[in-house]
Design a protein around this ligand. Structure first.
Ligand code: ZN
Length: 66
């Protein structure tokens, strides 16, 4: 899930994922939530200029296993 949010999927994986969330509301909602969380974190990072190591550990904490 976090790979999808971070745009780290391959083109095929991305296509499969997009097709899946179109037909699976659960995953769609999870994806939206994960994106929202990521955006909030990125906003905080920009505001407080957190060190990259801290940023990485925060991102790790917010990763939700599928
Ligand atoms: Zn699903």
């Amino acid at each position: 899930m976090s790979a999808a949010v971070d745009c780290e999927l391959t083109q095929k994986e991305q296509n499969d994922f997009n097709k899946h969330i179109e037909t699976c509301p659960d995953c769609f909602n999870e994806f939206k939530e994960a994106q929202k969380t990521k955006n909030i974190i990125q906003e905080k990072i920009i505001r407080f200029k957190a060190p990259q190591s801290l940023v990485n550990s925060i991102l790790k904490l917010t990763e939700t296993p599928l």
